[in-house]
Design a protein around this ligand. Sequence first.
Ligand SMILES: NC(=O)c1ccc[n+]([C@@H]2O[C@H](COP(=O)([O-])OP(=O)(O)OC[C@H]3O[C@@H](n4cnc5c(N)ncnc54)[C@H](O)[C@@H]3O)[C@@H](O)[C@H]2O)c1
Length: 347
Amino acid sequence: MKDGIVGIGVVGLGHWGPNHVRVFSQCDGAKVVIAADPSEARRKHIAKLYPQVRAAGSAQEVFSDKEVDAVVIAAPTKTHYALAKAALAAGKHLLLEKPFCSRLKEAQELLRLAGKKKKVLMHGHVFVYNRGIQYVKEGMRRGDFGKIQYLHATRTNLGPIRCDVNVIGDLAAHEFSIFDALFGRLPRWVSAAGARVLKTPREDVAFLTMEYPEGVLAHAHVSWLHPQKIRTLTLVGDKRMVFWSDTDTSEPIKVYDKGVAEEPYYDSFGEFQLRLRDADVLAPKLYQEEPLKLQAQAFICAVRERKRTLCEPETGLRVMQCLEAAQESLRKEGRRVYLRSRVKGEG
Ligand SMILES: NC(=O)c1ccc[n+]([C@@H]2O[C@H](COP(=O)([O-])OP(=O)(O)OC[C@H]3O[C@@H](n4cnc5c(N)ncnc54)[C@H](O)[C@@H]3O)[C@@H](O)[C@H]2O)c1
């Protein structure tokens, strides 16, 4: 590291990689040195925007570059394991895009290698740096919503349709990372149903259900075949309910003072014992910052000062466990797959 500035190399310059080049170029304490992609068109695109960044046709050129302290991998998922292994073997710190890898075993191997090499391994679950998700997390910690009753998430759009992972590996990875940030642990079980509507070898639409501690059900709808770009989370508590919408830039969070309370004076049974409470809706002001930039800053701090991030490798491993369980459930036509069965003999 020269003068405390972290030299960054970016691997993969498709749709997402250029965003990493941009945010790291804007970060204090970092300098994007080199960026690689086998596609000449993508290299030219970056060279035009960032003439100071060297272009490379192969990732190996990034890994062997002495000016590079840390590597960001934003290439397709199927390449993650081999590229990440090579980067760590070359002694580079690593920010690896989601999903971590194609298989849990690969993620475990990367964790071991990063530990052995004493290098930072951060995974790119950027939504844990989203201010709206952080508001929900903080509210849960303070008990603002009361006892959590259930959660529902939606993540849909028309495409992009990927060729190396199905919609669960692509989109549900975000949902699992958000639920992990909220609960800090694995669900008890995961069940997934999906469809290959477009007749490709991969599911493009899926519905997932999980059970978190104290019997809290969480549901997620993920789809590449939907008329609207939706990224929402609804959390229902017995005190309040909260709704997050990433695409609502003016009021991404709404807290509903709504619920169902027991009627104190009815001593008969049935519907008379419950009454609806329907009060105010609050849209708290959030100080919005680009989550990808916050993630990049956290990575730089981790490399320079060994500060912990919100994307520690252990959380990435739990997300991988959830993804693998969801894929297993998909193959078994939606049967529940118990995550802690491997530890506790459940299920
Ligand atoms: N965190 C997020 O919100 C988010 C958003 C989008 C994509 N992603 C992730 O980023 C990764 C890339 O997604 P994308 O949408 O940019 O895909 P993409 O297909 O648009 O781009 C991938 C690029 O990687 C290049 N590439 C392929 N093999 C390579 C190799 N061996 N070395 C260097 N470059 C290589 C390709 O030529 C292509 O330009 C995926 O893992 C995806 O899941 C994350």
